[in-house]
Design a protein around this ligand. Structure first.
Ligand SMILES: [Zn+2]
Ligand SMILES: [Zn+2]
Length: 162
């Protein structure tokens, strides 16, 4: 799915670049939860803008103080995760088989890895699990890393087509 490289503004619905903080179309922060915000007027140019707009899309004047540092810490973590998906997913799968696949949005594969690991662990009593369980475990970590790496590259190289 290509939806990871494209995002849409929650306030106006226009598509925005994945790394933009403020929607260039309506001036509302792209991480806002304030959907369907009422209209207000720019305090500088007087144009009608959304009341949640951080920056007037008409004249570029900032309307509200920059969001508290909490917001930027969150986005730092987000971008850190985006840039290191492979490692994060691999570590997640290391501690909990299948979790890395979930982080990579591969829910079905994550469940399969988890169920496969549990089943393989039980089969240790029959001997085969001694090979099977580590194999599933290593596959889970390796696959999480590989898929995460692929998503990293996709997020870096993929710009939305306007
Ligand atoms: Zn917008
Ligand atoms: Zn303005």
């Amino acid at each position: 799915m290509s939806s990871t490289t494209e995002r849409y503004c929650r306030a106006c619905g226009e598509s925005v670049a994945p790394d933009t903080d403020v929607c260039p179309h309506c001036g509302v922060g792209t991480r806002t939860t304030d959907v369907g915000t009422p209209m207000a007027y720019c305090r500088d140019c007087g144009e009608e803008i959304r009341s949640a707009a951080e920056i007037c899309p008409h004249c570029g004047v900032r309307q509200q103080p920059a969001p508290a540092s909490f917001g930027s810490v969150e986005s730092d973590l987000e971008s850190l995760f985006r840039r290191n998906r492979g490692v994060v997913a691999a570590v997640a799968s290391f501690f909990f088989p299948g979790l890395g696949q979930l982080l990579n949005r591969e829910v079905v594969k994550g469940l399969l890895v988890f169920v496969g690991f549990v089943a393989a662990s039980f089969s240790i009593v029959f001997g085969v699990g001694l090979i099977l369980a580590p194999a599933v475990f290593v596959y889970g970590v390796y696959d999480a890393y590989r898929t995460g790496k692929r998503l990293e590259t996709a997020a870096e190289g993929g710009r939305p087509h306007a």
